[in-house]
Write a protein that binds this ligand. Structure first.
Ligand code: SAM
Length: 270
């Protein structure tokens, strides 16, 4: 991309803007005390404009720049990585590969990290895990990689479902063990479980937000087996009280809280 930079602003050089257009500029921009005029090719400029400079700027690929800044995220026993950093996962860690994209859940948010860590502290062997607000599928996939027999991820945003399925496949989770469906907690949910299972989950994890946890707390009881661990995050520490009150209201016990900056995660038992 060819840019001609001139000292000044649109206001101070108002009279020169037409000259730039006439010389063939395809666009003008004002940034940090400079006028930047975009050209397809270098051209002779009138005398009034000769205090500027030509430079060729490489086209910025913002996605590539963003991707280059990503680092592996360690969350307890699991390390979450984009596909191209798989080789950086330390020995003994469970690699969880997530392609950064349109769905929330690359591991770079404190809530995702805390939830994966909390799942890693549970004994998930043979468990059925329900992930409400699955996004990229990261929590459901983490559960499957940590030994869960069946995982069900639900999300009200339809865009997330094929993404979560693809992430599960990339992590080698067999289709029969992980199912992702559009929706939320409701009567039709038991039928969505993989295989023959139609009972409540052994573990329920949800990275949503405090107000929604308050609304759904009664559904958490219905969808979780007695004493099944509940893992809730997406909670701003300032709104923790709302979630704790909802859990008490619905009869949850063994409540534990952990915090990371402004975010909190709560574990409880039905
Ligand atoms: N589980 C991923 C993680 O931990 O990184 C993504 C969490 S993201 C903060 C919240 C997700 O919940 C979004 O994908 C959003 O579409 C979904 N969501 C919001 N309201 C929901 C609801 N009532 N039921 C199910 N999913 C919901």
């Amino acid at each position: 991309m060819l840019v001609y930079s001139l000292p000044g602003t649109f206001e101070t050089r108002e009279a020169h803007l037409d000259l730039l257009w006439e010389a063939g500029a395809t666009g003008l921009e004002e940034r940090a005390g400079l006028i930047r005029a975009y050209f397809d090719a270098q051209t002779d400029l009138p005398a009034e404009l000769r205090d500027g400079q030509w430079h060729d700027e490489a086209d910025q690929d913002w996605l590539a720049t963003f991707k280059a800044t990503l680092r592996p995220v360690r969350a307890g026993r699991v390390t979450i990585v984009p596909p191209w950093l798989r080789h950086e996962v330390e020995e003994g860690q469970v690699p969880l590969v997530i392609e950064p994209g349109m769905a929330f859940g690359t591991g770079h948010h404190a809530t995702t990290r805390m939830a994966v860590e909390a799942l890693g502290e549970l004994d998930l062997n043979g468990a059925r895990v329900l992930d409400v607000g699955t996004g990229s599928g990261v929590l459901a996939i983490a559960a499957a990689l940590l030994g869960a027999e069946q995982v069900l991820g639900v999300d009200i945003d339809p865009i997330t479902i094929p993404i979560a399925r693809e992430n599960a496949q990339d992590n080698g989770v067999p289709q029969g063990r992980a199912v992702f469906v559009e929706g939320t907690l409701g009567d039709e949910l038991p039928d969505a479980w993989p295989g023959e299972w139609d009972g409540p989950a052994d573990v329920l994890v949800a990275n949503l937000y405090a107000e929604l946890h308050d609304l759904l707390a009664g559904d958490y009881v219905t969808h979780l087996r007695p004493e099944g661990p509940l893992v809730l995050t997406g909670i701003l520490t300032t709104k923790l009280g709302m979630v704790l009150a909802a859990l008490e209201r619905e009869g949850f016990g063994s409540v534990q809280v952990r915090e990371d900056g402004e975010w909190a995660l709560v574990t409880a038992a039905a």
